[in-house]
Write a protein that binds this ligand. Sequence first.
Ligand SMILES: Cc1cc2nc3c(=O)[nH]c(=O)nc-3n(C[C@H](O)[C@H](O)[C@H](O)COP(=O)(O)OP(=O)(O)OC[C@H]3O[C@@H](n4cnc5c(N)ncnc54)[C@H](O)[C@@H]3O)c2cc1C
Length: 348
Amino acid sequence: MLISENVPLAPLTTLKIGGPARYFVEAQTIAEVSQAVEFARSRSLPLFVLGGGSNLVISDAGWPGLVLKIGITGINHRHGHDEVVFEAGAGEDWDKFVGLVVAHNCAGLECLSGIPGSVAGTPVQNVGAYGQEVANRIESVLALDLRDGQIHELCNQACGFSYRTSIFNTTERGRYIILQVNYVLKHGGDAYIAYADLKKYFAGWSEKPTLANVRDAVRKIRAGKGMLITAGDDDCRSAGSFFKNPILSADQYQALSARAAAKNLQIPSYPALDAQKKVSAAWLVEHSGFSRGYGNGPVGISRKHALAIVNRGNATAADVLALKEAIQQRVEEIWGIVLEPEPVFVGF
Ligand SMILES: Cc1cc2nc3c(=O)[nH]c(=O)nc-3n(C[C@H](O)[C@H](O)[C@H](O)COP(=O)(O)OP(=O)(O)OC[C@H]3O[C@@H](n4cnc5c(N)ncnc54)[C@H](O)[C@@H]3O)c2cc1C
């Protein structure tokens, strides 16, 4: 196992920003993960676990300790009655994995096609898109517990999934290194077509769209929004959606709607748990003076999606932070809502 020094991290992220790692290693096996953990522990180095780098803002100073990239690969599957359980190595490419399960005619993840990053990244923030979330498909997560040094299999409930959260990015942040994720999928199940974009795409089709049709549609729709990593498309040099859609109580939602009505506007919203409402962060950003294509400098907003902060070439992490703060401040002034960032900030 080769431990390198002063390794630039920017190329390992989709935003292409950030300084170097003091030490860097890629672990291909569970034994190598343990060795890397021991290396960091014996030298009292802070440890950061890297996946595909698609949900990160890395500071200009970089990371002062060890960056451990998880490169564990391998996919197995076992058949149940009408279900198939796929056991995927943490370092497998997520979109390649979705392509494989769709090719096996297994339903449940097709709407999550085209999301960049690794398999391990998906339970961390309970990845979701077009009405599907991994929380509905994860059977269990195999993880190394840095507290007791043991490998545990956490069942779905133990992962504490909610909108863009799990124990891995909230209460137990930094405790587990995810080694494998097990997904339970429905063999021969129908494709999920619930969101407006997909309904519009398939309007007029006489035959029922297959899982492969939906995967293809999702990737095309995402490409149109700069949400698919595509060579030559500057609008996808981002960390995806920069802010979470705010979840509001009935009272908060009423106050926001009143502000919108005073401007003759109506805010798009979706039902959330209980009496809550999820409102569109993209709408709030756009209606606070930050429209698509905003910014002439090194950092700006994607021309295809108001929620993506993009690196136009030579942006620094400080540039990204300044724009993030400007957006948060304006949205709060105008709408009374504090937007919460979605990416993970590393080394700040
Ligand atoms: C263009 C674009 C579109 C996107 N669209 C979506 C979308 O539609 N829906 C959505 O939910 N997200 C989306 N994202 C965000 C991102 O792709 C996902 O969150 C992805 O799952 C992150 O995985 P990753 O492997 O890149 O993780 P990284 O960015 O490398 O890491 C993210 C976090 O996970 C932790 N982590 C990574 N691997 C492990 C591990 N093995 N063990 C423990 N912790 C680990 C890291 O420490 C970090 O805290 C998008 C991003 C981009 C750039």
